[in-house]
Design a protein around this ligand. Structure first.
Ligand code: NOJ
Length: 549
């Protein structure tokens, strides 16, 4: 049966709940705060919300360590607040998707507590191994966050696998009972009315049999043995067949290392098991391999990544478009320029919002929030940042080490949303759980609401334009001047409509360059970051031209 793929016409807003808006004054963002801001989100032109985890959790990884999948954490307002938010979304014609984190649970989840005591049927819910005969770890894998991937459990007298933090033991998805639990969780939320799921590191859930040592990867050792593992498509197909096919919902899969061709095995509209994929390539134009080996931003690398996904999914699958989320530092600080804050913030918006796919905005992105700069590494909260800081670049000066963290830490983008210029940026009336970026007096929603030329209002205009033009959903994408190191130029074309997007990524004026076959005298300039549109592009200037034929 042909599905209605309504998500293709939408724009989503990601809420990382702790830092969005505090509604009850305890210093922690919550669903009461979200309820207050639903009209704001809708007013951006967003049609849906993705919630990073809001389930009960000890918070070792800010909610990505779940202790109970079928409840809402009391600090976020519990089920009562959640139902109000869900209804509030639906009344406004908005969708709501949840984060499904089933590669691992919290070690405080009841399943793990029973599993470590070998209480049936839970004893095989996780991946337990004895030490090797010589007393060493079961294999040489690294965890993604905290040293080696194995921790000894005194109660069970065995090691358990954790691909992330020590407090995030991996589930054993090869156990059919675990897969049944996942289906129960999915049905629970779908029956309540949620509209889909973002699936956390879902490509990791099937580990290669034998869990043998990895001699291939220099870092993240073990990854070839669990990313895109042997039964991944089978398990995803099972979830689709048994659950998703029976609901009007969509799925968005997070995939840390994936190329377009491989992605098609998951999201091809003919026979994929999922709908969209969060890939990291577009996020790695300033890093080698991952965010945590920062290098210089390369516009060419960024263009290549965006174009590859545009070209290779065209007609077969649908892109998920994003430039920020809770796992990456702020985009202006990375791909743009803090000096040309407003200009580069707008250009980054145009650059991705007019491509083919479903765009996601991360809270605060729409006002151009910048990386937070702590004075002391002790101020970082994030488990991964703290581990990286303690173990890397030890021979560098304290200033250099802090600077590296500023560039790469997830906490750079996890400070409270800056709503206004009052105390704590209007985020809470209490004591905020985390630091507020000092720049909130100048960068905040209230100030930008009043300014027609603000980044916030520019996002609104760009999203409105996106929705008004069929060519943005349907048009063929083409990149021009591929080797150009200062400009990103692409077009979108369909019968009767054509769009040309020109973005400068230079901090100096550069000449306008128009690809052959685009006659500007017959075009309408439908969007621009700067007032005058001459022969020169000002630093970080963007223009969008439209032809209706
Ligand atoms: C990916 C999530 O986006 C990230 O925030 C989390 O820490 C890891 N998966 C582990 O769940």
């Amino acid at each position: 049966m042909q599905r209605e793929r309504w998500y293709k016409d939408m724009v989503f807003y990601q809420i990382w709940p702790r830092s969005f808006k505090d509604g009850d004054g305890d210093g922690m963002g919550d669903l009461w705060g979200v309820l207050e801001k639903l009209d704001y989100i809708k007013g951006l032109g967003c049609d849906g919300i993705w919630f990073s985890p809001i389930y009960p959790s000890p918070g070792a990884d800010c909610g990505y360590d779940i202790a109970d999948y079928m409840d809402i954490a009391p600090e976020f307002g519990g089920m009562e607040a959640f139902r109000k938010v869900l209804d509030g979304c639906h009344e406004r014609g908005m969708k709501l998707i949840m984060d499904l984190v089933v590669n691992h649970t919290s070690d405080e989840h009841a399943w793990f507590q029973k599993s470590r005591q070998r209480i049936e049927p839970y004893s095989d819910y996780y991946i337990w191994r004895p030490a090797k005969p010589d007393g060493t770890l079961p294999n040489n894998w690294d965890s993604n966050f905290e040293g080696k991937a194995w921790t000894w459990d005194e109660v069970r007298g065995e090691y358990y696998l954790h691909l992330f933090a020590v407090k995030q033991p991996d589930l054993n998805m090869d156990n059919p009972l675990v897969r049944e639990e996942v289906k129960k969780i999915l049905r629970f939320w779908l029956d309540m009315g949620v509209d889909g799921f973002r699936e956390d590191v879902i490509t990791y859930i099937s580990k290669k049999e034998g869990l043998s040592d990895d001699h291939l990867f220099p870092i993240y050792k073990g990854m070839p043995n669990y990313n895109h593992g042997p039964h991944i498509h089978e398990y995803l197909e099972e979830f689709k067949r048994d659950v998703f096919d029976h609901y009007d919902c969509f799925t968005l899969a997070e995939a840390p290392l994936v190329w377009p061709r491989q992605a098609l095995k998951y999201i091809d509209e003919e026979n994929g098991q999922l709908d969209m994929m969060i890939q990291f390539q577009c996020q790695c134009a300033d890093c080698l391999f991952t965010d945590y080996l920062p290098t210089k931003f390369s516009l060419r690398r960024m263009k290549k990544a965006f174009s590859d996904w545009q070209y290779k999914l065209a007609g077969r699958a649908w892109n998920m478009l994003y430039i920020e989320n809770h796992d990456h530092p702020r985009i202006i600080s990375r791909y743009g320029s803090e000096k040309f804050w407003k200009e580069s913030g707008k250009t980054l918006a145009v650059m991705y919002l007019l491509q083919q796919g479903t765009p996601f905005l991360y809270q605060g992105q729409e006002i151009g929030m910048l990386n937070w700069r702590p004075e002391d590494a002790e101020m970082y909260e994030d488990v991964q940042t703290r581990y990286n800081y303690a173990h890397s670049n030890l021979n560098k000066s304290p200033e250099k080490r802090l600077h590296k963290m500023w560039r790469s830490s997830r906490d750079s983008a996890r400070t409270p949303v800056q709503w206004d210029d009052t105390e704590n940026a209007g985020f809470t009336t209490g004591t905020p759980w985390f630091y507020v970026n000092d720049n909130y007096k100048t960068i905040n929603v209230a100030a930008q609401e009043k300014d027609p030329d603000s980044i916030l209002n520019f996002y609104r205009r760009t999203i409105k334009l996106r929705k008004a033009l069929p060519v943005v959903r349907h048009g063929q994408y083409r990149e021009h001047f591929r080797l150009d190191m200062r400009r990103y130029v692409y077009s979108r074309e369909m019968e009767g409509q054509k769009l040309l997007v020109i973005c400068s990524f230079s901090d100096r004026p550069v000449k306008m360059k128009i690809p052959a076959g685009f006659d500007l005298s017959r075009a309408e300039l439908v969007l621009q970051t700067h007032k005058d549109a001459g022969d020169t592009l000002q630093p970080y200037e963007s223009r969008v031209y439209l032809w209706n034929e």
